[in-house]
Design a protein. Structure first.
Length: 188
């Protein structure tokens, strides 16, 4: 197994399941009831760091770049990085689903801010809570208190799943954006 391998599946080409022993081990450890809270948070940070690096490197637009390095002054103008980089014009909206925990979105926001211009990256907050009927059955989702910074038209929408469960929370988040804030170029 390598960090670039993906598990074969029948979900279609838009779904990627990584075949990575370190990530699998970290996820198994995350599910263990005897993991102390500090270790749990460190594991969550490590897993989402890995997932963002993988997804951003494969799914975000890139451009060719020539960027002077610090070595340029030492080596008579020869210190130049040449290669593909994330397109600095990429517009990104990262969604924090407060219902499941803010850490995944915060990690993604911090990491992407390190490489893309601050003006092109936004962090939205969806405050999602269950709506139940008199029998305690879930009948919907309340989004009161959410803070969305505007349109996502043409942007890449990144929704780091904070719960890793059935996907219904992420599905509801996507429906919310598509219904009220435009059509993103891509959803990760």
């Amino acid at each position: 197994m390598s960090s670039n391998a993906e598990v074969r599946h029948h979900y279609g080409p838009r779904v990627h399941i990584l075949d990575d022993a370190w990530l699998a081990t970290a996820l198994a450890r995350l599910g263990s009831p005897d993991v102390p809270r500090l270790e749990l948070l460190a594991l969550i940070r490590s897993v989402y760091h890995s997932l963002l690096v993988y997804a951003a490197g494969r799914e975000l637009p890139t451009v060719g770049a020539e960027i002077p390095t610090r070595m340029r002054e030492i080596h008579a103008g020869e210190g130049v990085f040449r290669g593909r980089v994330l397109d600095p014009d990429t517009q990104l909206v990262i969604v924090d689903i407060i219902r499941g925990g803010i850490v995944p979105a915060q990690i993604c926001f911090e990491l992407i801010q390190a490489v893309l211009p601050e003006a092109n990256v936004r962090l939205d907050h969806l405050n999602m809570s269950r709506v139940v009927d008199e029998d305690g059955r879930v009948t919907g989702t309340d989004l009161t208190g959410s803070k969305v910074g505007g349109s996502v038209e043409g942007a890449t929408l990144v929704i780091p799943d904070p719960m890793g469960a059935t996907g219904s929370t992420v599905k509801r988040a996507i429906e919310h954006y598509l219904g009220e804030f435009g059509r993103p170029a891509k959803i990760l």
